[in-house]
Structure formats: structure tokens, C-alpha cells
Design a protein around this ligand. Structure first.
Ligand code: ATP
Length: 423
């Protein structure tokens, strides 16, 4: 296992287009990092440069303490798990897992191969399937065989390129949990590319969000969700996405299309001398005022909203509330929507309410928001003006401690298992 360090990595393809533009990122030994972003943002190119399938135009890539820019893929000692698993159909599960060891002829005695395959099969719960052929396995089992091949090599790191995109939604969910569990148990450095923000949020210790070749923010999932650096990250992370509205400063209030919010100290500092800002509110940060406890209600602002449509999903009720977008920020928000491959529905608010809310289609509902949860963005640069650096640092600290604890648990489990495993 090893750390992976990227310093000012650039990739220019033949036509001079910078697919990856000055990316610096330190991945810790044992860490699970997700590269995420919309199509074409450069995440696969970055992964392919780490693995050695793509030349690095400039910058330095280190695995452990070795610079590997000019090393061939096979000398980097990394294990890549592809989307299509690349299993050999005529070989059994056992032979598929053993394959990478047999490739390195003579290097491993037969007993060593056998013990490594059985250990990987044990970790992956594939023991009963060792004599079967890939065609007879489920998608999830095939994925585990592909990971088994990576495990037996005892590579320095795992690299995944959209490994779950071929699976249906249910299996994707299951495999997500399995990959997370395995990565924790093995404690192996992992880089995982996806365009799916749910995968990014649920799998990674840290998530690196890319846009047009440029790294926007690297943080824990909570860090990205609560303290996004800019409009792009705020809009990309979270489902349903953050609502963006125009905020006009009128004396002591910030006038949103839905409600006037008092400019408290935090909001005043964020707005500065701007007259117009973009305001972001997460769907979760709205409440149905009717079912809110009195003391909580007093801490926020309420407003009447004309609810167009509601969707009741059992655990949550979504309400859609149309509103007007100010012309001066329409172009900026339209551009963001295109980049995020949105559905062009930025002119309706998405509100996530508790499922017991009785709000229904066509109602005028009294909704509530807490001004402390509102994000304010600069309409030109898109910078998050309400970002709280101290809170952001605390969230990262928390995430690091959590990871340490998980790795420690995994180490203890491995020790216990090692004692139980047949040699
Ligand atoms: P996707 O999710 O669609 O795979 P991505 O974020 O992984 O996208 P990349 O495949 O890394 O993006 O591509 C980044 C940019 O580099 C894109 O604009 C793409 O058109 C360009 N690109 C990729 N491969 C090449 C190539 N071989 N030659 C020229 N340009 C390329």
C-alpha cells in the first residue's frame, strides 16, 4: 500500500486541449478518494495518468516516495478494476483470481498462489463459487472476482473507473456497500472515478470535484455538502440539488423571490457591498411550518408558498414551488444548469419535507427556513461568500478521525481473521 501524490499535473491532448489542468492532490496511504464531475471534466484522464495508460504532459506523480511519471503501467504496481470486469470466460473463478500471479511466471510457488487466492476468496465471500465460470455468476459476483484479481497481486493501490455503471440500480446499491466494506477491511489506497454524486458521497473518505480539467474542491462528503467552495460544487453535490435564487439587498433584508430574509451579522458580512447575490438553499433546509415545534419556528422565517406539485416517497415529501429568476443572474444559472446536466428546472424550488406533512398539490403552504442555513454566492465568480473556514476544518478533522478508527478496526479484524484462516 502507498500514498499517491499529484503535483501540478497537466494533460494536453494532441490538439492542445488541457483535459487536466494543474491538478495537485495528495492521497493518503489507505485512503479512499473519489474523482467526480460531469462528463468531460477530465476525471478518467487523470485516473489513466495515475495508472500509466496516458502520458503526463507536465507535473509530477509519485506513488509512495517514487516518481513514476515515466514508469510503464506494469511497473507501477497498481490494480485497475474496469467497468466490464475483463474476466476470462473459459477460466473458473479460481483461475481468474489466480491469473495475475501465474502471469508473473515462476515468481510464486503453487502453494503461495493457492493461499493468496483462498484468502482473497474468503475476503470476498467467493469461496463457494471458486469452481464456477463467470457466465454463471451474478453481476455483483463478477465484480468481486475482478476485485479478487486485484487483491491477490497485493498492489499498492486500487483504481476503479466507473465500475458500477453497467449494473441496475439495486445491484449498484449493493455493490457500493460491498466496495466500501472491502476497502475498509483491506485498508488499501483507492482512487475511484464516477460521475454519480451518490456514489461519490457514500463511498469516499474524500471527494475531489472536477470541472473542465480543474480541481474545484477536495473534501469529505460532509465538507462538500455543508461548506462548498463555490456555486459549481454546491450545485453538483446533493440530490435533489441545491436551489438557487436571486438575492437582492434592500436595507436590512435580503429579498428572495419567495421571502425577505433579515440580514443578520453573518449574511451582512457575506453580502458586503453587493446589491445582488445568488442564494443557495438545500431542499432539506425547508420545513412545513405547520408541523414545526414552536421554539424552532421562532429561530427562522416563514412564508406562504404556492405549491405546484408534490411527490410523496414514503420517507420524504417533495414539494415544487415555482418562482421567478431575476434576469441579471439567469445566464449564470442557465450555464450552471447546462454544466451540471440539469433538467432546466431552475425556476422551481424543490423542497424536501417530512413525510407526515399534509401539504398537497395546489396548496398555499406555510414554509419555514433557517437563515443560518442559507448559502450566499458571488454572482460573478460563483465563490461561496458564507463558507465557514473553521467549520470546514472541523468537518475534515472529524472525517480523518473516523477513517483512522475504521482502519484500526479493519486491522484488528484482519489480525483475528489471520489467526483463524488456514495457511
Ligand atoms: P466521461 O465521464 O464522459 O468519461 P471524463 O470526465 O472522464 O468524462 P475524460 O474522458 O477524461 O473526461 O476527457 C476529458 C476531456 O479530454 C474531454 O473534453 C475529452 O473530449 C478530451 N479527451 C479525452 N480523450 C482524448 C483524446 N484521446 N484526444 C483528445 N481529447 C481527448
Amino acid at each position: 500500500m502507498a500514498s499517491i501524490t499529484m503535483e501540478h499535473i497537466v494533460k494536453q491532448y494532441g490538439d492542445g486541449f488541457p483535459a487536466v489542468n494543474d491538478v495537485s492532490l495528495d492521497i493518503d496511504d489507505g485512503e479512499f478518494v473519489i474523482l467526480v464531475g460531469p462528463s468531460g471534466c477530465g476525471k478518467s484522464t487523470l485516473l489513466r495518468m495515475i495508472v500509466g495508460l496516458e502520458d503526463i504532459t507536465s507535473g509530477e506523480l509519485r506513488i509512495g516516495d517514487k516518481v513514476v511519471n515515466d514508469k510503464a503501467p506494469r511497473d507501477r504496481d497498481l490494480a485497475m478494476v474496469f467497468q466490464n470486469y475483463a474476466l476470462y470466460p473459459h477460466l473458473t473463478v479460481y483461475e481468474n483470481i489466480a491469473f495475475p500471479l501465474k502471469l508473473q511466471k515462476g515468481q510464486y510457488p503453487a502453494e503461495e498462489v493457492d493461499s493468496r487466492v483462498r484468502r482473497a476468496a474468503h475476503l470476498l465471500e467467493l469461496e463457494e463459487h471458486l469452481d464456477r465460470k463467470p457466465a454463471n455468476l451474478s453481476g455483483g459476483q463478477r465484480q468481486r472476482v475482478a476485485m479478487g484479481r486485484a487483491i491477490v497481486r497485493q498492489a499498492q493501490a486500487f483504481l476503479f473507473d466507473e465500475p458500477l455503471s453497467n449494473l441496475d440500480a439495486k445491484l449498484r446499491g449493493q455493490m457500493r456497500t460491498e466496495i466500501a466494506r472491502l476497502q475498509r477491511n483491506l485498508g488499501i489506497t483507492t482512487v475511484y472515478v464516477t460521475h454519480d454524486q451518490t456514489e461519490a458521497m457514500t463511498l469516499g473518505d474524500r471527494v475531489a470535484v472536477m470541472r473542465r480539467g480543474i480541481l474545484q474542491q477536495v473534501a469529505s462528503p460532509r465538507g462538500l455538502y455543508e461548506q462548498p467552495l463555490n456555486l459549481f460544487v454546491a450545485g453538483f453535490i446533493g440530490s435533489p440539488p441545491m436551489n438557487f435564487l436571486t438575492g437582492q439587498v434592500h436595507g436590512d433584508v435580503l429579498r428572495l423571490p419567495i421571502v425577505d430574509v433579515p440580514l443578520d451579522e453573518r449574511l451582512r458580512a457575506a453580502v458586503g457591498d453587493r446589491e445582488l447575490v445568488i442564494v443557495g438553499i438545500r431542499p432539506d433546509d425547508f420545513e412545513d411550518a405547520e408541523v414545526l415545534a414552536e421554539d424552532k419556528r421562532a429561530g427562522g422565517v416563514t412564508f406562504d408558498a404556492s405549491v405546484d406539485v408534490t411527490e410523496w416517497l414514503g420517507e420524504v415529501l417533495y414539494a415544487y414551488v415555482p418562482y421567478e429568476i431575476h434576469e441579471s443572474v439567469r445566464a449564470k444559472l442557465d450555464e450552471l444548469d447546462r454544466e451540471l446536466e440539469g433538467e432546466g428546472m431552475r425556476s422551481q424550488l424543490v423542497v424536501a419535507l417530512e413525510s407526515m406533512s399534509r401539504i398537497r398539490d395546489g396548496d398555499t403552504a406555510e414554509l419555514w427556513i433557517d437563515p443560518a442555513k442559507i448559502h450566499v454566492f458571488d454572482p460573478e465568480s460563483g465563490d461561496n461568500l458564507t463558507r465557514d473556514e473553521q467549520r470546514a476544518a472541523e468537518l475534515e478533522e472529524d472525517a480523518i478521525n473516523q477513517r483512522r478508527r475504521a482502519l484500526e478496526r479493519a486491522r484488528l479484524r484482519a489480525e483475528r481473521d489471520g489467526a483463524r484462516q488456514p495457511a
